[in-house]
Ligand binder design. Structure first.
Ligand SMILES: [Zn+2]
Length: 376
């Protein structure tokens, strides 16, 4: 079982410069390797393999000091990322989709350096500092203890701040707790979620406030002249607000997921087809991305606790009656807040949906959320 632990880094000024330079060199490597693949295809009509690129990188280290300065395995990890992007691209072409060709990465689109084997180029020291090859010992704020054995390390830059993410092995998953009590959850736009027990969780108020602020900042940014100093400042402000709302949302998700996992043995939840929805309806895309994050948090907390998470096909869950199973003759509109069936059953619309999700979840014995997601 794997778990990620993320911490803020506090590099001093020379260390910041060295980290920026390292990230820049990795980005150049990524873009050069991408160009190499593209050009080779255009001139020789063949694709370049990861192994070939790794070999060429080894050669280029003899003449390029910025590449020679990189930790070898972390540079290989960057080449593997490109390889993965190409494999995904070809897989989607094969499936008849129209994916975009892997893109060159600008500074804003390349933020991570990976160290694939812990101890090789990157190590957490006893004095609580993170040692990075050629950069030195950087202060880390370990605000919570690391669990398990560290396997890989990633360094990330976000809004001018640096973070380290340790991916740790926690050993075997714990024994299953048994299904009871079980709960179904309905994720919605009006309430953040409603459970089959009838409880509802509202989106936090500060979140709406922050969204408003963000919208105002974005408008102000769009009014600034391109390339001007004020525009740069306005852009920084937007990025800062984005980061803040994202953090608030993540905290909220962690808290609500913790409550669900601590009090249940089985959690049934709809499968979210994030890609499909976000293309058809842009305004809903942010919500869906938020839900996907929330469900992922539930899944990883549940895994640690031996709680089962079951993915349910959301088809008809809002329409069908949770008591008799019948579909209504006239479909409920989004504004119909009450479910009322010919069998005499009347219930809050979302609680009815959550009960349907739970019933379907109980009937699906084997399918876990991760299985369903890879199918969807
Ligand atoms: Zn009914």
């Amino acid at each position: 079982m794997r778990k990620a632990f993320k911490y803020r880094l506090y590099p001093n000024r020379p260390q910041v410069e060295a980290l920026d330079a390292m990230l820049g060199a990795h980005r150049r490597l990524y873009n050069l390797a991408l160009r190499d693949r593209r050009d080779t295809y255009e001139t020789e009509r063949r694709s370049v393999s990861y192994g070939e690129q790794s070999g060429r990188f080894k050669e280029s280290r003899k003449v390029l000091p910025s590449f020679a300065a990189l930790n070898f395995s972390s540079a290989q990890a960057t080449l593997r990322r490109l390889d993965k992007a190409f494999k995904a691209f070809f897989r989607r072409v094969k499936a008849g989709e129209c994916p975009g060709y892997p893109r060159f990465r600008g500074e804003e689109r390349f933020r991570t350096v990976e160290f694939p084997s812990y101890g090789d180029g990157c190590k957490l020291k006893d004095n609580g500092r993170l040692y990075i090859q050629r950069i030195g010992h950087i202060k880390v704020k370990l605000h919570r203890p690391i669990e398990g054995r560290i396997k890989t390390v990633s360094l990330k830059r976000s809004c001018g701040k640096w973070y380290v993410v340790f991916s740790c092995d926690l050993g075997d998953a714990p024994e299953a707790t048994g299904d009871d009590p079980a709960v179904g959850i309905d994720l919605g736009l009006k309430s953040f979620l409603v459970t089959s027990d009838g409880a509802s969780v509202e989106p936090p108020r500060y979140y709406r406030k922050a969204t408003k602020k963000l919208r105002r900042a974005q408008r102000s940014l769009s009014r600034k002249r391109k390339g001007s100093k004020r525009r740069g400042k306005a852009r920084e402000k937007v990025a800062r607000l984005h980061e803040k709302t994202a953090n608030q949302r993540r905290d909220f998700h962690h808290k609500e997921a913790r409550k669900l996992v601590d009090t249940h043995g089985l959690i049934a939840c709809e499968v979210l087809n994030v890609r499909g929805i976000s293309r058809s309806h842009l305004a809903k895309a942010t919500h869906d991305a938020g839900w996907a994050q929330f469900v992922n948090i539930i899944v990883s907390k549940a895994e640690e606790a031996g709680v089962r998470v079951v993915a349910v096909n959301p088809r008809n869950t809002t329409q069908a009656c949770s008591r008799c199973g019948a579909l209504p003759e006239v479909k409920k509109a989004l504004s119909d807040r009450v479910h009322s069936c010919g069998c005499g059953h009347t219930q809050d619309r979302d609680v009815n949906a959550a009960e349907n999700v739970l019933r379907l979840g109980r009937s699906l014995r084997a399918q876990t959320y991760r299985d369903a997601e890879s199918v969807a």
